[in-house]
Design a protein around this ligand. Structure first.
Ligand code: ATP
Length: 304
């Protein structure tokens, strides 16, 4: 049987009448990446914070949360000891150098000096920051700062790595490089929980994910399985609103969203017939992706 790193049953967090997280259940297998997806305010960060005990789950409902064998309500410190956290914001200490930022964290976890030095060298190497070890934080690019924050989250050799939108604002090459590192970590047995607004990031990294909306689970599964189960293979986006009325979309599932008409189909050739009367700039024909699924189930763009 696959070992579980996390069990969550009926997790709920209400702020007054507001349901930030409502009755959410999921399990995460060890050494896999689990994604929490949803638009702003869906409850992703609240759910992640319940895993580490930073937010206390409501206890008046039936609920069990178990993280690495511990209950976050009772064993917050044990969980924190075994967990690395990459927050949304770049909260490095700008007064300190790259290696000093890591050293401070090694103290926090009580690593002896020689162990800390070795670990810091390994992590700088792993995150390709060795040449920058003496640099001040303000001398680092955004991508380097994110890599350093990930290195910092790994200082305690965590069993669980929690990533809150790890690659927001980074260019595609840097994102790819970070994803490669995440895949390597999974191979070494680290369990990853990730929130992201990037559907491509979720598709690249997640073995299982849930799509949340208004605190509740809407869908769960492997990214490609979710797409193939819930959407056709291709989508034709009609970008020019002037041509909406001229399109005969019979036999296609169409959805109008964010000023675009979306037509889904399993055969490229049948969608191509729709594009015949259109100009090249009026449409975009492509395979469906998680973003389309997200739009379909929430009626919202992830970037609203
Ligand atoms: N301490 C709090 N008191 C009241 N409301 C809160 C509190 N913490 C979070 N919320 C509300 O709960 C909702 C969910 O917030 P949360 O940060 O979990 O969403 P999210 O999915 O992580 O969003 P984002 O993508 O913007 O980070 C939001 O509407 C937020 O305003």
């Amino acid at each position: 049987m696959t070992e579980k790193a996390i069990y969550v049953e009926h997790a709920t967090k209400h702020f007054g009448d507001f349901k930030a997280v409502h009755n959410l259940s999921f399990e995460v297998n060890k050494a896999t990446c689990f994604g929490l997806l949803g638009p702003n305010g869906a409850g992703k960060t609240t759910m992640m914070n319940m895993l580490t005990g930073r937010v206390r789950a409501d206890s008046d409902n039936a609920r069990i949360i178990n993280v690495l064998g511990y209950d976050p309500l009772k064993n917050e410190l044990e969980i924190r000891y075994l967990t690395g956290i990459v927050p949304q914001e770049n909260n490095l200490d700008v007064e300190l150098s790259v290696s000093q930022n890591l050293y401070i964290y090694s103290k926090f976890y009580g690593l002896p000096q020689n162990v800390a030095s070795r670990r810091i060298s390994e992590l700088l190497e792993f995150m390709e920051l060795t040449e920058k070890k003496e640099a001040r934080i303000r001398e680092l690019s955004g991508g380097m700062q994110r890599r350093l924050i990930i290195a910092r989250a790994l200082i305690n050799s965590p069993h669980l790595l929690i990533l809150d939108e790890p690659t927001t604002g980074l260019d595609p090459q840097v994102r790819q490089a970070i994803w490669d590192k995440m895949r390597m970590l999974k191979k070494t047995g680290v369990t990853i929980v990730l929130t992201t607004h990037y559907m491509d990031e979720a598709a690249q990294l997640c073995d299982d994910l849930i799509i949340m909306h208004k605190g509740e689970k809407i869908l769960q599964g492997h990214p490609s399985a979710l797409i193939s189960k819930n959407l056709e293979t291709y989508v034709l986006e009609i970008l020019n609103t002037d041509v909406f009325s001229t399109i005969e979309a019979k036999g296609f599932r169409t959805e109008e969203t964010a000023g675009r008409l979306m037509l889904y189909g399993d055969r490229l050739s049948s969608l191509e017939t729709v594009t015949e009367p259109l100009n090249a700039g009026d449409f975009f024909l492509r395979p469906v992706n998680l973003e389309d699924l997200f739009l379909k189930v929430t009626g919202r763009s992830l970037h609203d």
